[in-house]
Design a protein around this ligand. Structure first.
Ligand code: FAD
Length: 317
């Protein structure tokens, strides 16, 4: 079932969550265990993230550095199929422009289509480690809106190979990312929202947000989106804090702010168990407030840790 239909038919706010493929060498069972434990709460759909290859330098015995390209978390498409067919829960596969030529994106879409997966989140991806600016590879897309256009074309039976006529039309529901605190590279919130509006004009049917820890920034974002003419559903994304390290790494990685009250609570903690309690407390508070404000659903970033999300969802839904 397509996410947009699930949203339109929902009688109550949806519970959805995101999973990260295991590191290369890991096994799918860990991921399936996470789904097993969270499936008790009847998720409406599950997202599976996608990670581009990174360049790493390995020192050779002669002391010279060898450049290698390593995909540390492969398997988004296979895992999406495995989860959807094992649990009979719709999966949203993330697709990224980074490191992919448009032909490879088309192949990935066709594989998803063959697997019966018709939900994708179209993303640009971050610049690879050690690179400041995102640069598309030759034949790749610069912005996620270009990928949205490609998927929307495939939905009309238009393939990249112009000689291919009467190609099967795909039936993808396309989601895109939104940033309540603006995307790190955007000049300001207004231009970021204009770019978001463009993604919707290209064919995106709903928006999922970057994580945030202060609901007021989400409400302001929704209001600004509506004022700019964006009418599609906007689903808030939140995450329970799991360690004191998150205080430094989350703002650095995701370019989001922590509200002073949350920082104060976390700074008072002495043990990891106390940090986790604060994380669950805050996430519950956010989720309850979002639901009271009438959001279509709450999307949880599990980052591989299902226990805290279970604790939140058990109390909130
Ligand atoms: P875009 O929509 O392409 O926007 C990127 C920047 O360009 C923004 O600053 C925007 O304002 C600007 N821009 C957009 N269009 C234009 C235009 N036409 N002209 C000029 N400027 C423009 N990353 C992964 O690698 N894998 C994942 O699975 C993944 N999942 C995510 C899920 C969610 C819900 C979110 C919020 C993010 C996720 N990310 C993921 C991170 C995402 O890839 C990065 O945030 C990335 O830097 C931007 O992706 P985007 O799709 O928002 O990019």
């Amino acid at each position: 079932m397509k996410v947009i239909d699930i949203l339109n038919q929902a009688k109550k706010p949806l519970f959805t969550f995101e999973l990260i493929p295991p590191l290369k060498g890991g096994n799918a069972e860990v991921l399936l265990d996470t789904v097993r434990s969270l499936s008790l709460f009847e998720p409406a759909y599950i997202n599976v993230t996608n990670h581009q290859a990174e360049v790493v330098y390995v020192e050779r015995p002669d002391g010279l550095l060898e450049r290698r390209t390593v995909r540390k978390r492969p398997g988004t498409i296979a895992l999406s199929g495995l989860i959807q067919h094992t649990f009979n829960i719709p999966v949203v596969a993330h697709l990224i422009c980074g490191g992919m030529r448009s032909e490879e994106i088309e192949d990935a879409l066709l594989e998803l289509n063959f697997l019966g997966i018709n939900n994708v989140l179209a993303l640009r991806g971050d610049p690879p480690h050690g690179q400041k600016r995102f640069v598309p590879i030759k034949g790749g897309h610069e912005y996620s809106s270009d990928m949205v256009t490609q998927i929307a074309s495939l939905n009309r039976g238009i393939y990249l190979d112009e000689s291919l006529v009467n190609g099967e039309k795909t039936n993808f529901c396309i989601g895109v990312a939104g940033y309540p605190e603006k995307h790190a590279e955007a000049a300001n919130r207004i231009s970021d929202i204009e770019h978001l509006k463009h993604k919707v004009a290209c064919g995106a049917q709903y928006i999922v947000t970057q994580m945030f820890f202060d609901n007021s920034v989400f409400y302001r974002f929704v209001q600004e989106c509506r004022q700019s003419g964006i009418t599609v559903p906007i689903i808030p994304g939140i995450k329970p804090i799991g360690s004191k390290r998150d205080l430094a790494t989350i703002p650095q990685t995701f370019h989001v702010d922590f509200p002073p009250e949350l920082v104060e609570l976390l700074e008072k903690t002495k043990k990891l168990s106390e940090v986790k309690e604060v994380g669950v407390y805050w996430c519950k508070k956010q989720a309850k407030d979002l639901i009271e404000h009438g959001v279509p659903g709450v999307h949880f970033y599990t980052l591989g840790k299902a226990e805290a999300v279970s604790q939140v969802v058990r109390d909130v839904y």
